[in-house]
Design a protein around this ligand. Sequence first.
Ligand SMILES: [Zn+2]
Length: 239
Amino acid sequence: MKDKLLLLIKIQECDSLLVKLAAKKKILPENIEKLNKEFQLIKEKTEKNKIKYEELKSRHVENENKIKKINEGIVKTKERILEVKNNKEYQAMLMEIETAESARGEVETEIISILEELDKLVVLVKKEEEDLRQSQIKYEQEKKTLEDDLNAVDTDTADLEQKRIDLQKNVPGELLSKYEKIKKRNNGIGVTSVWKSVCNGCHMNIPPQLYNEIRRSDELFSCPNCNRIIYFQDMEKPS
Ligand SMILES: [Zn+2]
């Protein structure tokens, strides 16, 4: 009987590991997805400020061109003013120059505020780009670890399933189906150890007489509370 029990214990080990692997198979892709999203957000944030920087830069160029045009206009008006014949026309041109100069003043003010913002943005973008580089290194490492884990899950699952098939070949059908039935009803645990009168499956006390029998005998016993197949294991003895 002892041999059969050892086989059941090993089958239980396989089954418990298979449950863990199935959970990993579900959670790992979710974790990879979460990681992708987090990195995408950092990337988008950096991208946003970079776009803002480029937009401001082209606005700066536009404004410089505006100033150039205004200046050209003023020069032309000043040339024309020399050929003016009457005072009314002369006043109109002076007004034209004044309007152009005030427009230029407004554009110059905008240029100053754009330059100030560009100074701040260039520092921010540089910092964010450096952060992004660091994040990318970290992201790629973490992603690789998760993907390696996920790849290992399939190999490990296949190995364990094969191991289980080999193990159960030597377990009598009746005992195996009893184990399966109990396991199904008890959260995937059909066989469990007993130590210090406590069932490690349900954590309830085993009656003293039964506990003594379990310790002495190689027979298969069931926990009176959870019905799991139980065996004695000295937890203080190094295995
Ligand atoms: Zn129990």
